[in-house]
Each structure stands twice: as structure tokens, then as C-alpha cells.
Ligand binder design. Structure first.
Ligand code: NAD
Ligand code: UDP
Length: 309
């Protein structure tokens, strides 16, 4: 697993270790943390290796989950050239490895490949509305190019691929300073600080709880070889960012006020996955609604000393 010490990667490591797989976790710890996988370090079927996917690596593996890439706009825009390299060179190196050892490989793609979507909800055959030269492009175009590489390695070299397009996912182990909306609002609410809504808050997102996402990713990896995707994975409940802020304030009994900050360039106005394909092909559908998922996430951040101290 690349990016295995990150938010999603660490949960995926947990599941695969419990299922008895031998898991090798590669990470450069840019946005991931050793603490996320600390509890796995003593297990005989878990290994952690500091590695940057921009460099090639020679290993023997049966399956590759390719998750390495900062996912929060704050972090992927910190060093945009590196973000492109991570997505593109990371994909080339992992696909090369998959080709050499005949491993199956799953790409963690994203709803961002649809850009600021003109079609709503988004189906897999929608080709997107992406700015090639904006501040989000390093992430969006890097991920789009990675999808292209996956399909070209599949057609040209017969690599056994899977592509999942992940929509906004949240839960325990997001970093408190991650910058993504759910963790940011929860941390602000718990500290009774102002809740920072970018723009007027009418933009929408669909939030999936991490356990549901991990289940979908594993189903896709284990699914039939003739279903390679891309497939949308996400929760189809759609909320405005203002609704989310109000919900979090209410659930945390917070004294926080809502304040508004300028909307960043190219911030998608709406986002909701059409998950018909995942339901049909994988028998997968999220089970945890926003309220239940937020409850678990708030509980986690209440116990996180870096938030409460
Ligand atoms: P994250 O930032 O917590 O995890 C990314 C991990 O990749 C981190 O551990 C980071 O240190 C590592 N990493 C970054 N660059 C690397 C490099 N060059 N070499 C090795 N490791 C590197 O984010 P996440 O939410 O866990 O996302 C995981 C994957 O899922 C990402 O590829 C992301 O694009 C994708 N995704 C996530 C979401 C979401 O809502 N969480 C949505 C769409 C797509
Ligand atoms: N957002 C916000 N305040 C914040 C962080 C994010 O209003 O402190 C908004 C952001 O502008 C976007 C939405 O919340 O419209 C989701 O942002 P996030 O960075 O979590 O994910 P993405 O934009 O990549 O979907």
C-alpha cells in the first residue's frame, strides 16, 4: 500500500492486517503519520517503509493499493509540482512494479477528476469540467493522468487494474490541521473558535464515512477481473457547507460563530456521486449516514490531545 500511513491508508492497513494479509506500507510521511499505524508495528504481517513513490522501488507483491498523494487542498497546493510528480511518477512506478511481478493494482482516484461538474449527480461516463491551469489542477490533472496511465498499462501491457473514484470521505485519523472541511469544522467547534465557511456556504458535497469507503475499496480489489472501473465510491447524501457547519455546531453544543472567508479559485459548486454502478457491480452501498459518522468523528477528535489541549 502506498500512502498507507495516511487517513484512508491506515484504515485500509487495519482491515487487510485483520484479514491476515501480509501488508507492506510505504509512505513518505508528508501528510501521513507513524502514529496512524503505530498499533500495527508489532504485528508479524505488517511492515512500514519510509519511501517516496516519486522514486522507483523493487519489491515482490501480489496486490497494490496506490493511495500516495496529499488529498487536502491545503497540502496538495503546498508544493504543486511535487503533487503532480507524486500522482504521475507514483503511478508509473507502481504500474511498472505491477507489470513486472504481475500484481493486481488499484488506483485511489477522485471525484476531482470531474472538476466543477456541469452534470449532476456525477456518473462515471461524465468527462468533467476541469481547469488545466488553476490552483487545483496539480491534483485534478495529476489524478486524471494517473487514470490514463492505468488504462494504457492495462491495454498495452495487460496489467490487471482497478480504479475507484473516491468522493469526500471523513472520519477518525484525519489530521486536526488537515484543512479539509469536516475535520476543520469539528476542531473549530470543539475549541469554540469561529467556523470558517469559504464563500456563502451554498456549495455542496457528499460525505462518506471511512468504514464504508474502505469496504468499497476492498470489494473493488476483490471483484471480478472484467470490472476494472472507474467506479464512483461515495455517499449520495448531499449537503451544503452551511448545513454541515450548523450540524457540527449543534452536535458539539459549540459556542462557535459562523464567519465567511473568500471562496478559493475553482472550488466545485456541487458534488454528488451516482453510485448505481457500484451498487450493481459490487453490491456496495454506504451504511453510515452523516449524523452517525459525525458522532464517531467528533468522539475521536474529543479524545485527540492535540485538539483538546
Ligand atoms: P492523506 O493525505 O491522509 O493520505 C495520503 C498519504 O500519502 C499520506 O500518508 C502521505 O504522507 C502519503 N504521501 C503523499 N505523497 C507521497 C509520496 N510522494 N510518496 C509516498 N507517500 C506519499 O489523504 P487520504 O484522505 O488518506 O487520501 C488517500 C488517497 O485517496 C489519496 O490518493 C487521495 O487522493 C484519495 N482520495 C481521498 C479522498 C478523501 O476524501 N479522503 C477523496 C478522493 C480521493
Ligand atoms: N471549506 C470551507 N471552510 C473550510 C474548509 C473547506 O468552507 O475551512 C469548503 C471548501 O471551500 C469546499 C468544501 O468546504 O467548498 C469542501 O472542502 P474540502 O477541502 O474538504 O474538500 P474538496 O473541496 O476537495 O471537496
Amino acid at each position: 500500500m502506498t500512502g498507507g500511513a495516511g487517513f484512508l491508508g491506515s484504515h485500509l492497513c487495519d482491515r487487510l492486517v485483520v484479514e491476515g494479509h501480509d501488508v507492506l506500507c510505504l509512505d513518505n510521511f508528508f501528510t501521513g503519520r507513524k502514529q496512524n499505524v503505530n498499533h500495527l508495528l508489532g504485528k508479524p504481517n505488517f511492515e512500514l517503509l519510509r519511501h517516496d513513490v516519486v522514486q522507483p522501488i523493487f519489491l515482490e507483491v501480489d496486490e497494490i493499493y496506490n493511495l500516495a498523494c496529499p488529498a487536502s487542498p491545503t497540502y496538495y497546493q503546498y508544493n504543486p509540482v511535487k503533487t503532480v510528480k507524486t500522482s504521475v511518477m507514483g503511478a508509473i512506478h507502481m504500474l511498472g512494479l505491477a507489470k513486472r511481478v504481475k500484481a493486481k493494482i488499484l488506483q485511489a482516484s477522485t471525484s476531482e477528476i470531474y472538476g466543477d461538474p456541469a452534470v449532476h449527480p456525477q456518473k462515471e461516463d461524465y468527462r468533467g469540467n476541469v481547469n488545466t491551469i488553476g490552483i487545483r489542477s496539480c491534483y485534478d490533472e495529476g489524478k486524471r493522468c494517473a487514470e490514463t496511465l492505468f488504462f494504457d498499462y492495462h491495454r498495452q501491457n495487460n496489467v490487471n487494474i482497478r480504479i475507484v473514484r473516491i468522493f469526500n470521505t471523513y472520519g477518525p485519523r484525519m489530521q486536526p490541521d488537515d484543512g479539509r472541511v469536516v475535520s476543520t469544522f469539528i476542531v473549530q467547534a470543539l475549541k469554540n473558535q469561529d467556523i470558517t465557511i469559504f464563500g456563502n456556504g451554498s456549495q455542496t458535497r457528499s460525505f462518506c464515512y471511512v468504514d464504508d469507503m474502505i469496504d468499497g475499496m476492498i470489494r473493488m480489489m476483490n471483484g471480478p477481473d472484467d470490472f476494472i472501473g472507474p467506479v464512483n465510491l461515495g455517499n449520495s447524501g448531499e449537503f451544503t457547507i452551511l448545513d454541515l457547519a450548523k450540524k457540527i455546531i449543534e452536535m458539539t453544543h459549540s459556542k462557535s460563530r459562523i464567519i465567511h472567508r473568500p471562496l478559493p479559485q475553482d472550488d466545485p459548486r456541487q458534488r454528488r456521486p451516482d453510485i448505481t454502478l457500484a451498487v450493481d457491480k459490487l453490491g456496495w452501498e454506504p451504511k453510515i449516514d452523516l449524523e452517525e459518522g459525525l458522532k464517531k468523528t467528533i468522539q475521536y477528535f474529543k479524545g485527540d490531545t492535540r485538539v483538546t489541549s
